[in-house]
Ligand binder design. Structure first.
Ligand code: GLN
Ligand code: ZN
Length: 763
């Protein structure tokens, strides 16, 4: 008999219940009990939904982030948070976001860094390590939730991040070697596993996704060490890897002394037979056969053709699961009312994926005949997608085939362009700007909702958005910013907004996926060849420019980011889809230029997160990603200034590719990591302008002018002042005006101070 299980389930709720509960708690509108009640109810519901499988995960639920939860379990919250007042939940939220409910300005602490979870768009809170870090067990959350699931009649399997991956995810704050912490860490893990065994857990899933990355021998040894240490704790360990192939770690993964191994049989499809050969015959093999990273139905008959001989060979030792946690997909496609039926039939969200899995298991356990009609329905959907004329557009395919290298080349080099741009724009030293969005106020959201529901007509909606744009322009003029933005009031989301106007996309109403904490994104679904029927942003940008004499930046999302933040097709290489997007954005850039927009920012917030997990595959990705940017950006004349923005602080390792994009100005995130990013500039002479974000927009705290001056001085040690811009580290849509105004006042003040320092040092 085949056993089914899942590695984790979306926690935010089909209607983002957790998001709303968190935000109400943070704003002091509800208390701990109310928050915990929502959490308990969500867990109950999610286990019930997973009851179609044989085993349910426990501990994958989190109030903010599962890595932060692990830090709590291991007694490893940062010292600055631990010494704060209040209860454990306050400390938890302070570590995550700098403050908890009812914290006043002076009570806030420095939030921990946040970074992307492997190659996904989920962000985790980075554990912090020091040479003297010690761990102490706090098993309460896991034990309580295990009891909760068992009391509800589930065969519960606690899920933990493995000790070696936990270390790998964290960051040494003092240049010590975090691997030295392993022995102490392991004693806490074995204590924890012992407790889970005593609580009646039969299996514990222990995630070591680093096994799909390139590991040095230290890290490989650490894995061997760890699992020899954790051998006799009384529970069976299912070692879980996902997001890629094991490659040179395959043998290691098979040989670690655990009772079961889970592998990603979607990305690692070609390795499965080798794993079967290497895996000792007493071990369970869990195959992740349903893609946990996309929203397409699986071809169940094809999967069965492949699985049947494996099932015959492995018998009871075969488990089936999604390839990874379902955290990365929305909850239930059945809630969708607005996706047309043709496309909807091609889709499977978390709930549907669980049913696909159950169906596969039933076909294997009882024979295909028992599920013949369900298989026939599946086959019909697969065929319909393969042959639909909505997916395949010969004109678009031809346009991509006609791309030549000249598409990606500016007319002149940066120095020449800079002269022309300076002449047109006439900006001061240390020009100030923002990254694009201003607060999405409740009024804006409400107007959009009513417009979407047909309760507000197009004319009135447009008027309201124009009022917001006008407000943003006036505020920026009062603040004295140098390059203005229209504020993106009309955009729900920087990717969805474009997707909605491109052919080849559909949208879900409830397809939310957690990005970090309470923040969710609703990735649009790119199902077919991409084309742009009409200009997408010209109207709004032109309106904003008509209100002011200051230059207004046009705001676009770049092709790589649109690609990386959409659910994309799995029937052609990502590169081909990206080129299609690049051609559509290129037309938009040229339309903006024609409309007289002097500066165009093309956000590539997600360029880095598309990097393959293995460095050996980076260059290939960077080649087509950078090409796509160049294709969309570089057709403009010399006088048009191209900006790009990226939301991360690590790019030492891809700085050459970023320079090769050849944007005139790049704005980046640096504030959370204290300008650490700028280390890259010691070794590489970045040729163009750069705006190293001077304050962290993810936190509600108001930055001080003096701190921003200090950060910029650090930047000026590496980059000539003439090439520096002053800006926040990302868009301001998630903030409120009463936070944004004082923050930007201080920022503008900081720029003035910097200019004074520069003039007085020249004089
Ligand atoms: N222009 C976008 C904004 O300001 C950029 C957002 C982002 O980088 N994530 O909202
Ligand atoms: Zn950003």
């Amino acid at each position: 008999m085949v056993t089914t299980h899942s590695l984790g389930f979306p926690r935010i709720g089909a209607h983002r219940e957790l998001k709303f509960a968190l935000e109400s708690f943070w704003h002091g509108q509800s208390d701990t009990n109310q928050l915990q009640q929502v959490a308990t109810e969500l867990r109950r519901r999610h286990w019930q939904q997973q009851a179609v499988l044989d085993i349910q995960p426990v501990g994958d639920f989190s109030l903010y982030d599962h890595v932060l939860d692990m830090s709590v379990t291991l007694g490893n919250l940062p010292q600055r948070v631990q010494s704060e007042h209040g209860h454990a939940l306050d400390q938890y939220f302070r570590a995550a976001r700098g403050r908890s409910a009812n914290d006043s300005e002076c009570q806030c602490v420095h939030a921990s860094e946040m970074t992307k979870w492997f190659d996904t768009n989920y962000h985790y809170i980075v554990p912090e390590f020091h040479a003297d870090t010690t761990f102490t067990l706090n098993a309460q959350r896991l034990v309580e939730q295990l009891r909760e699931a068992r009391a509800q009649g589930h065969r519960a399997k606690p899920v933990l991040i493995g000790p070696v991956t936990y270390l790998w995810l964290g960051k040494e704050k003092d240049r010590s070697n975090k691997l030295n912490l392993l022995p102490d860490l392991l004693s806490v893990y074995s204590e924890l596993l012992g407790i889970l065994a005593a609580e009646g857990a039969e299996w514990v899933q222990i995630d070591e996704p680093i096994l799909v990355t390139e590991l040095s021998s230290d890290w490989r040894h650490a894995l061997t060490n760890a699992y020899h240490h954790l051998k006799h704790t009384g529970v069976k360990l299912l070692l879980a890897t996902y997001f890629g192939e094991l490659q040179d770690n395959l043998q290691l993964a098979c040989e670690l002394p655990v009772q079961g191994l889970h592998i990603d049989a979607i990305n690692g499809h070609l390795e499965v037979n080798r794993v079967i050969d290497w895996l000792p015959t007493h071990k369970v093999l869990s195959l992740g056969v349903i893609n946990g990273r996309n929203i397409w139905k699986s071809d169940l008959s094809a999967t069965l053709d492949w699985l049947e001989p494996i099932a015959a060979k492995l018998g009871d030792r075969l488990w089936l699961a999604p390839s990874c946690s379902l955290l990365h997909v929305p909850v239930d496609v059945d809630n969708e009312q607005q996706i047309d039926n043709e496309v909807k039939h091609w889709l499977a969200f978390a709930q549907q994926k669980l049913h696909e899995l159950a169906l596969l298991a039933r076909a294997l356990n009882e024979g295909r005949d028992r599920v013949a009609s369900a298989l026939a329905i599946n086959a019909k959907a697969i065929y319909s997608r393969q042959t639909s004329s909505r997916v395949h557009n010969p004109v678009v395919k031809h346009a991509v085939d006609s791309i030549t290298t000249s598409f990606g080349q500016r007319q002149a080099d940066f120095a020449t362009r800079q002269l022309e741009q300076t002449r047109c724009l006439n900006l001061p030293l240390y020009p100030t700007t923002t990254i694009g969005s201003f607060p999405q106020t409740p009024d804006i959201r409400q107007a959009r909702q009513q417009w979407r529901q047909g309760k507000l007509d197009q004319v009135r909606y447009t008027e309201l958005m124009k009022l917001e744009i006008e407000r943003a322009i006036r505020e920026q003029e009062t603040l004295g910013l140098d390059v203005l933005v229209h504020g993106e009031a009309e955009r729900n989301d920087m990717v969805e907004y474009f997707g909605e106007q491109l052919d080849g996309y559909v949208f879900s109403q409830f397809g939310w996926v957690q990005s970090y904490g309470s923040r969710c994104v609703k990735p649009p679904i790119l199902f077919g060849d991409i084309s742009r029927p009409n200009a997408m942003t010209v109207y709004w940008t032109r309106f904003a420019q008509s209100l002011t004499d200051k230059p207004v930046k046009g705001m676009l999302t770049g092709p790589v980011t649109i690609l990386n933040w959409s659910f994309v097709r799995d029937d052609q290489p990502r590169r081909d889809t990206c080129y299609q997007l690049a051609l559509a954005i290129r037309d938009e850039v040229l339309d903006l230029e024609k409309a007289g927009v002097p500066i165009i920012q093309i956000d590539e917030a997600a360029l880095r997160e598309g990097l393959p997990l293995r460095q050996s595959q980076w260059q290939h990705y960077l080649d087509w990603a950078v090409d796509s940017f160049r294709i969309c950006a570089n057709a403009v004349s010399n006088a048009t200034q191209i900006h790009t923005h990226m939301c991360y602080s690590e790019f030492n390792d891809i700085i050459e590719a970023i320079a090769h994009m050849d944007a005139d100005v790049i704005t980046i995130e640096t504030s959370r990591s204290d300008m650490e990013l700028l280390d890259a500039f010691e070794h590489f002479d970045y040729p163009n302008d750069i705006g190293p974000g001077v304050y962290d927009i993810h936190s509600p705290n108001i930055p001080h002018a003096a701190d921003m001056v200090t950060l910029m001085k650090k930047a000026a040690q590496r980059i000539p002042a003439e090439r520096l811009w002053v800006n926040p580290d990302c868009g301001l849509k998630t903030r409120q005006w009463h936070e944004v105004i004082p923050a930007l006042q201080n920022m503008v003040q900081a720029a003035k101070t910097l200019r004074q320092i520069a003039t007085s040092s020249v004089a």
